[in-house]
Design a protein around this ligand. Structure first.
Ligand code: NDP
Length: 481
């Protein structure tokens, strides 16, 4: 059975403790590879390697950093098929989705920051003829990057690329549930000629590797994407050490559908924003509010199309949904469906595990689930489920739906469907979220600020925001007379 290895100081190495964790294929429920069960000792080695590489990498001309990163991007593209298959096997997502979204986006992340760094400039502030200020922006040192399992390579590279483009060295930890493409990335970085120690990847559990990164005194910056509870724990440890923190956390995104929307577009995209990646995208719209006059029509079309979505073998191109990521996560999602029923909800479709045949019989499949009849403030509508489960509810006025939309602790993304331009702009200003999509979903321009408000996070990724985060500004003031 394949044993993954850590990537430390430019080499693939076994964990110091020589312990391994089983890695499951969610589509079959079977162990198919082993992951290093690393600990503090491996994080220390990785941090030493990153520290040693930093003096040289931080002054390597940005054109050279860019050249190497473009090579990594090219290699990701060249290995598209292999990486897409690996992502699907590790995560359970349809291969077609990994081929169309996850892997191309990972290549784009490297490409984008390889070129962004060439255009990154700092400010100067003239005080008329008295003085001149200019801002130096230097890399911070060793950056700790911790990422989740839902979009494994996509989110891993979204952190690593800006960190190394701006001259930092990195100690990174992918989710131990989906480590395979991060492992393959380490091979590609070696092939691309990334100098040793610039990127170090330590595999293992959050409470061991993640926590060792968070509390390491030589790592002054943490970029984390994951659940709100874990984010709070990281902040608790890192804040008293005055570390720079970027936290991209959970969501419970509202989808507001007005009667004047383009019905077909709203319906088609809502199916996607509800069930893509088995609903395991932090940006999925999980609370769907529909204006009363079109509620019955929308509901009946939405339910009938959701029922028609095939759930099964992720490698089969007709499968719209693959498996959810793990047995534990499947059980969590099913327990939320049970909670919804206890809270008085009616399951209109799905609501159960989907049993498959043959080699997929032990896989973790859940039918797309639509629930109605729940108040906006019940637990089902307030807590993140992170699976193929949405609620639908009617509303009568803009004021009413705004109250529902803004009622959770989260504020990551909102989706609005209306052809009324004035209303669209008005709501965009009033919705409590870091991102508002109007008449679309998941349309991403990598230059835009990405992140949430309230318990959905602190800070922004994307574009120059990330380059600002991964550099430390220093103002220099020169008196002119
Ligand atoms: P977790 O918070 O459980 O884990 C995220 C990462 O943190 C994993 O690598 C995990 O390791 C690690 N970790 C766990 N405990 C600690 C700790 N004490 N110290 C440091 N690191 C730790 O999230 P999930 O992997 O379950 O991902 C799903 C969550 O991510 C959802 O809430 C989702 O909304 C959110 N998310 C947010 C996004 C955003 O951009 N805002 C985008 C995508 C997802 P391990 O796997 O071993 O537990």
């Amino acid at each position: 059975m394949q044993k993954l290895q850590n990537y430390i100081n430019g080499e693939l190495v076994a964990p110091v403790g020589e312990q391994y964790i089983d890695n499951y294929n969610p589509a079959t429920g079977k162990v198919y590879s082993l992951i290093p069960d690393s600990d503090e000792r491996d994080v220390n080695l990785a941090t030493e390697a990153a520290k040693a590489a930093f003096p040289k990498w931080s002054v390597t001309p940005k054109e050279e950093r860019s050249r190497i990163m473009l090579k990594v991007s090219e290699l990701i593209e060249k290995n598209l098929e292999r990486l897409a298959l690996a992502e699907s096997t590790d995560n359970g997502k349809p291969v077609a989705l990994a081929r169309m979204v996850d892997i191309p986006r990972a290549a784009s992340n490297f490409h984008f920051y390889a070129t962004a760094i060439l255009h990154f400039a700092s400010e100067s502030h003239a005080m008329e003829d008295t003085a001149l200020n200019y801002t130096l922006r230097s890399p911070v040192g060793v950056a700790g990057c911790i990422s989740p399992w839902n979009l494994p390579l996509y989110l891993f590279t979204w952190k690593i690329a800006p960190a190394i483009a701006s001259g930092n060295c990195v100690v990174a930890k992918p989710s131990e549930i989906t480590p395979m493409t991060a492992y393959l990335l380490s091979e590609l970085c070696m092939e691309a000629g990334l100098p040793k120690g610039v990127l170090n990847i330590v595999h293992g559990y959050g409470h061991k590797v993640g926590s060792a990164i968070t509390k390491h005194p030589a790592i002054p910056l943490i970029s984390f994407t994951g659940g709100t509870k874990t984010g709070a724990e990281i902040a608790r440890v890192a804040a008293p050490m005055f570390k720079k923190l970027s936290l991209e956390l959970g969501g419970k995104n509202p989808n507001l559908i007005f009667a004047d929307c383009n019905f077909e577009n709203a319906l088609k995209t809502t199916l996607n924003s509800s069930f893509a990646n088995q609903g395991q995208i932090c940006l999925c719209g999980s609370r769907i509010f529909i204006e009363k006059s079109i509620y019955e029509k929308f509901k009946s079309e939405f339910v009938s199309r959701a029922k028609a979505m095939k759930v099964g073998n992720p490698a089969d191109s007709s499968s719209k949904l693959g498996a959810v990521v793990s047995k534990a996560h499947m059980e969590k999602i099913l327990s939320y469906i049970q909670l919804a029923e206890e809270e008085g909800g009616t399951v209109l479709c799905g609501g159960h595990q989907v049993k498959q045949e043959g080699e997929f019989a032990e896989g973790y499949y859940i039918a797309p689930t639509i629930i109605e009849g729940l108040p906006h403030d019940c637990r089902t509508n307030q807590e993140e489920i992170f699976g193929p489960v949405v609620t639908i509810a009617p509303f009568e006025s803009e004021e009413e739906v705004l109250k529902y939309a803004n009622s959770t602790q989260y504020g990551l993304a909102s989706i609005v469907w209306t052809e009324n331009l004035t209303r669209a702009h008005r709501l965009a200003g009033l919705l409590h979220s870091g991102i508002v999509w109007i008449n679309c979903w998941l349309l991403r321009d990598l230059r835009t600020p990405f992140g949430g408000v309230k318990n959905s996070g602190v800070g922004r990724e994307g574009g120059f925001e990330a380059l600002h985060f991964f550099t430390e500004p220093k103002n220099v003031c020169i008196k002119l007379k």
